[in-house]
Write a protein that binds this ligand. Structure first.
Ligand code: GMT
Length: 374
């Protein structure tokens, strides 16, 4: 099969899933072409002569336009890729603008099918916004197939956007060979003393992630046991989290490491992962932590309970309940038996439910069905 992929290039879960899937689909012998404004975050350095290939959309700016039109540029670049490389199928990750760009290219060429994967805020925030309601619904309705990364998201889409097409749930996956426990004490020693608990948060620091709650939970934990917090990623809420850590007097024990692609190294040395988001359709970072045998304390929001099993692979509390989350974190960190049991259960879930060998074939089957080959 020849497949084009449209996705966000930054350090967000939808771009990560799109990239890891593109790499797997290429490894399975298919030709994969990414099209966009920039090389996706995790594709950098990962593609070889057999692909996946990356095609840059034009960044043309014109004085009359008060802003550029990246979705039109993407549709144009995709049209060229379809014509030049005989792409039969376009996989759009995130409804707006990627599915819209793909539909545009389909309408120009009459040659590509479009499969759209819904990831989260494309429905819960963007799709719920009156400014994008009709275009989001149209992009979903007109796709040749639609998938969502959790049952929660599929149900919400059908309900809130009044969508009338079927939505197949295909969970996200994790590379369980890459996301493993890191046992080298020298790596952990860079960030924490052996007697300190190492807590971790990884995200793009948008308001939806509630990064201030991460700091609040950490401050409560650190008032009872020796602990440190690693904050990985960057985004609009970073400085607020930093200021709060200063106000709460824990700044010396909180390390803001910025954003980097090899997050498995810090996942593999952490003792606890925090994800207090107020909306989360899946929570890919939590799954990556689970694969590294790290228990997760998270908000009972959206699709998180489909990934993190309360009391088994971690603990869930209501959104904003920082006392409850701190209490749960301390329960886990103070009880070695619970900590080990939850870590091992997380790893087992990653291997048995979210392994690429289980999930990638579901996408390949969807591709074949859309192309009338399955
Ligand atoms: O929809 C978003 O907010 C963006 C997206 C991203 O690129 O970070 O995150 C969503 O997709 C991820 C991959 O499927 C999911 O793991 C995240 O839960 C989801 N984010 C939200 O729902 C807030």
């Amino acid at each position: 099969m020849k497949i084009a992929v449209l996705c966000h290039s930054g350090a967000g879960g939808s771009g990560v899933v799109a990239t890891e899937l593109g790499l797997e689909v290429a490894r399975a012998g298919n030709e994969v072409h990414f099209v966009g404004n920039a090389v996706p975050f995790r594709l950098q350095g990962s593609s070889g002569a057999n692909g996946p290939y990356f095609h840059q959309a034009s960044a043309f700016a014109y004085a009359l336009f008060d802003q550029p039109f990246p979705e039109l540029a993407a549709a144009n670049a995709l049209t060229e890729v379809i014509q030049e490389h005989g792409v039969q199928l376009t996989h759009a990750h995130y409804a707006i603008p990627h599915a819209s760009s793909a539909l545009h290219a389909r309408s120009i060429t009459g040659k590509t099918k479009v499969i759209t994967t819904l990831h989260g805020t494309d429905v819960t925030l963007v799709g719920a916004e009156p400014a994008f309601r009709h275009t989001t619904r149209h992009a979903i309705q007109q796709s040749d197939a639609v998938t969502a990364v959790s049952q929660f998201l599929a149900d919400l889409t059908l309900e809130t956007l009044n969508v009338e097409v079927p939505i197949e749930v295909i969970y996200n996956f994790v590379d369980t060979q890459r996301f493993v426990r890191v046992t080298d004490p020298a790596i952990r020693a860079r960030f924490a003393h052996p007697d300190e608990a190492l807590l971790l948060h990884v995200s793009n620091f948008r308001p939806v992630k509630r990064v201030e709650d991460v700091v609040e939970v950490f401050a409560r934990v650190a008032s009872e046991i020796p602990a440190r917090l690693l904050m990985v990623g960057d985004g609009p809420e970073r400085s607020r989290a930093f200021e709060l850590a200063q106000q709460l007097g824990v700044i010396g024990r909180v390390h803001f490491l910025g954003s980097f692609p090899d997050v498995q190294t810090v996942m593999g040395i952490a003792d606890l992962f925090l994800l207090p988001s107020n909306k989360e359709s899946f929570g890919l970072a939590a799954l990556e932590a689970m694969s590294c045998e790290v228990p997760v304390v998270a908000a009972r929001a959206g699709g998180i309970p489909e990934v993190v099993e309360d009391g088994v692979t971690g603990r869930l509390a209501e959104v904003g309940d920082v006392d409850g989350m701190a209490h749960a974190a301390l329960d886990i960190l103070k009880n070695r038996e619970t900590y080990l049991r939850m870590g091992q259960a997380g790893r087992r879930a990653a291997v048995e439910k979210f392994h690429p060998s289980l999930i990638v074939p579901q996408y390949l089957a969807a591709y074949r069905r859309v192309l009338g080959k399955g």
